[in-house]
Write a new protein. Structure first.
Length: 374
């Protein structure tokens, strides 16, 4: 029950408090006992808790056990010197697992027992930076894949042909072994063909594409095949502008994501559901680290599922080749998805916790790309 005083009209907060509350980065003030004295609106969103409830907790209750943030706060309180720390994990199961932030811990003048904590969540620009950092390495891998594909497929063809020639003259038991050789060489050829897709750096034909037509096609295939019996919801922004893309490759991307979502739901033994969503994010304008280039990615496409989630230790490597949670998976599907999105000038990310996994794709608009190419 709220107290009577809480129901009375509250005075307007001072202008300084209003400005601090409006800051986009999460901000906390803690006292000598580690109790939260102040939390702005961004902190409420970051910790998914109201400021009123945050003020009833200690900092140690908000961050992971033995988090370095607690040590940093003690150091700042003792020395009176500000500390900056990069890539600190402040994630908890409640806030969705690993959450890396750049941390700034500052003493409050005249009140050394108070410490101000500013959390700067690692942004989409950081994720773009990681993709750009690994691009040269990826090109080396694709070159190796191209060479291996050529060198491997030739002898495989000879092995398969020899097995087929020998098969008619063999006993029934040995004939089964010859067929096994053919099946396994076919399986290796399929894997090599998938690797070749990574090596294909040729520009693809693109045209203005209505993303909703692509998603409708994927949904129709899914509900009549691998996602039969699973509910697929739509949350579309009907005013979304077209994207300059290759239709077949976009279908490949979303078919892979929806298939993974369906398999995750089925593996959990739950009916579950998948949601396809689109939105326009005009404020998503980013400066690419290491250059003066600015990237605008206002088109957002998401695939959500209610499956069991992705293991936390797998998340940093989710889009790397040969990383998979499936016993029979090859680990190339998401790597190829990431390559296609990268080749289209976009970025893909994933957030996952128990009961909710989201793959989020951000893409540039058709008109924007057209202007940049001109």
């Amino acid at each position: 029950m709220p107290k009577a005083a809480d129901l009375l009209p509250q005075p307007e907060p001072p202008e300084a408090d209003m400005l601090v509350s409006a800051l986009p980065d999460p901000l906390l003030t803690v006292d000598a006992d580690g109790r939260v004295l102040f939390a702005n609106v961004a902190a409420e969103g970051f910790f998914q808790t109201s400021a009123l409830l945050l003020k009833r907790q200690r900092l140690a209750e908000l961050v992971p056990f033995a988090s370095p943030i607690l040590t940093l706060v003690d150091q700042v309180r003792q020395t009176g010197v500000s500390i900056h720390e990069y890539a600190v994990d402040v994630g908890t199961p409640r806030t969705g697992g690993e959450r890396l932030v750049d941390l700034q811990v500052v003493p409050v003048p005249e009140r050394r027992e108070l410490v101000l904590i500013v959390l700067q969540p690692r942004s989409m620009a950081h994720k773009i930076d990681r993709q750009l950092t690994h691009r040269n390495a990826a090109r080396s891998v694709t070159g190796m894949a191209s060479m291996l594909a050529h060198e491997i497929k030739n002898p495989l063809s000879g092995i398969r042909g020899a097995a087929q020639l020998l098969e008619p003259a063999l006993s029934d038991e040995d004939r089964a072994l010859a067929r096994l050789i053919c099946e396994e060489t076919d399986r290796i050829c399929t894997l090599v063909d998938q690797m070749e897709e990574f090596a294909d750096e040729r520009p693809v034909e693109r045209a203005p594409i209505n993303i909703h037509a692509v998603l409708d096609h994927v949904k129709a295939v899914a509900i009549n095949g691998f996602a039969r019996g699973i509910r697929i919801n739509e949350e579309y922004d009907p005013s979304l502008p077209p994207v300059l893309a290759n239709r077949d490759q976009l279908i490949q991307v979303f078919m892979n994501l929806v298939k993974n979502a369906a398999e995750a739901i089925s593996s959990d033994g739950d009916s579950g559901e998948i949601t396809l969503s689109t939105a326009f994010r005009p404020g998503m304008r980013l400066k690419v680290p290491g250059s003066n280039e600015r990237v605008t990615l206002p088109l957002e496409y998401c695939v959500h599922d209610t499956g069991p989630g992705i293991p936390e230790e797998l998340m940093p490597h989710l889009f790397d080749p040969f990383v998979t949670t499936k016993p029979s998976g090859k680990g190339l599907g998401l790597a190829l998805v990431a390559k296609i999105i990268r080749d289209h000038g976009g970025i893909i990310e994933c957030t996952s916790q128990d009961g909710r996994t989201t793959f989020r794709i951000l893409m540039p608009m058709h008109n924007q790309l057209h202007r940049e190419e001109d």
